[in-house]
Design a protein around this ligand. Structure first.
Ligand code: BDR
Ligand code: CA
Length: 334
């Protein structure tokens, strides 16, 4: 399997950051989650390129109260009190809620102690925030990074379909094709946790880039890569290394991998340096019928269905390039 083109996100109207790279007006929708926390630290350490307007939280890896607490902790650890955190959907649209405490720990962050963050949640619900913000935004101006189940955006799109106008692109971690699933043999967690929401999002008509397990299971930690993060010598590097040391154990054992994926952080690397990745524009639909394929992303890799492509499906990435970039950015934090 080869990806057929080098992904490139440059739009004609994009601004370029002083050191290079596209500037994104960004909202991050997330269910922290150990890998989400690393993604959030990575993003918040990149202010010249990622103009983060807010973090919006959703139930996923752990229940909403904990994902919201963990997003606030990530904000505190990154020293970014300026970024509001809005709590969103406490459960999926239709299906029975599921969580992944077996992988992320009962608090939703592995390897580190959690505490009550000093700064509270922002007033109001994440879904209302998305509707209000996207309605007020210039056309095609906001990038939405999605690191968890897609319930918040599905609710916003259902209540206010006109918000697609304000969206530049959705960049989301989710789905699996060549790799197979991680929560069932066919399904990846974020899509399986709310397949009906994923269906709404995939049919929204907004440009979508997906970073699925096909990619994330090729961008793996190694003891050396974690040691390099720890070796930065700052608190953030120690935190990331402590989280990873614990988080990768499950996947290394379960899949027999030499290292573990850091799924959600690949979304941030893609926004910062898309040339690290390769993908293909394909048609992707979600199976939301009860049965063995529940939550599966059905990817028409060879175009046999002759349906319009709705997704740039990222299948390959430069793993060392990813860890170099992550290390460089984490080194900017305290
Ligand atoms: C995805 O599921 C969650 O457990 C991770 O945070 C990531 O978003 C990987 O399948
Ligand atoms: Ca996640």
């Amino acid at each position: 399997m080869t990806a057929s083109f080098i992904a490139s996100k440059a739009h004609a109207a994009d601004a370029t950051a002083p050191g290079g790279g596209t500037v994104h007006t960004l909202i991050i929708d997330t269910d922290p989650g150990a890998d989400d926390v690393i993604a959030l630290l990575f993003a918040m350490a990149s202010p010249e390129q990622l103009k983060i307007q807010a973090l919006t939280t959703v139930a996923g890896n752990v229940p909403l109260a904990k994902t919201s607490r963990n997003a606030r902790l990530a904000r505190e650890w990154a020293g970014r009190p300026d970024i509001p955190v809005y709590a969103g959907a406490p459960r999926p649209l239709l299906r029975t809620p599921i969580h992944a405490a077996d992988i992320h720990g009962s608090e939703g962050i592995t390897g580190v102690k959690v505490h009550a963050p000093s700064q509270p949640l922002a007033d109001g619900n994440a879904v209302d925030y998305l509707i209000r913000t996207l309605r007020a935004a210039p056309e095609k101006s906001v990038t939405l990074a999605m690191l968890g189940p897609e319930t918040n955006l599905a609710l916003a799109l259902t209540q206010a379909p006109d918000i697609t106008r304000g969206l530049r692109e959705l960049v989301l971690m989710g789905g699996a094709h060549f790799n197979g699933g991680n929560i069932t043999p066919t399904a990846e967690f974020n899509v399986f946790a709310d397949p009906h929401a994923a269906e709404i999002v995939l049919k929204s008509g907004v440009p979508i880039t997906m970073l699925p397990l096909d990619l994330t299971h090729k961008v793996l930690t190694s003891p050396e890569r974690i040691a390099t993060l720890r070796g930065i010598g700052n608190q953030a590097g120690r935190t990331v290394a402590d989280i990873l040391d614990a988080y990768v154990q499950h996947d290394m054992q379960y899949y027999g991998l030499t290292g573990g994926p850091v799924h959600d952080a690949t979304v941030v690397a893609y926004l910062l340096q898309p040339s690290l990745f390769k993908g293909r524009k394909v048609n992707v639909e979600v199976d939301s019928r009860e049965g063995l394929g529940f939550g599966q992303t059905v990817v028409d890799w060879y175009g046999g269905l002759k349906k319009p492509a709705n997704v740039t499906w990222i299948a390959e990435g430069d793993a060392q390039g990813f860890f170099d970039l992550l290390t460089q950015r984490i080194a900017r934090l305290l």
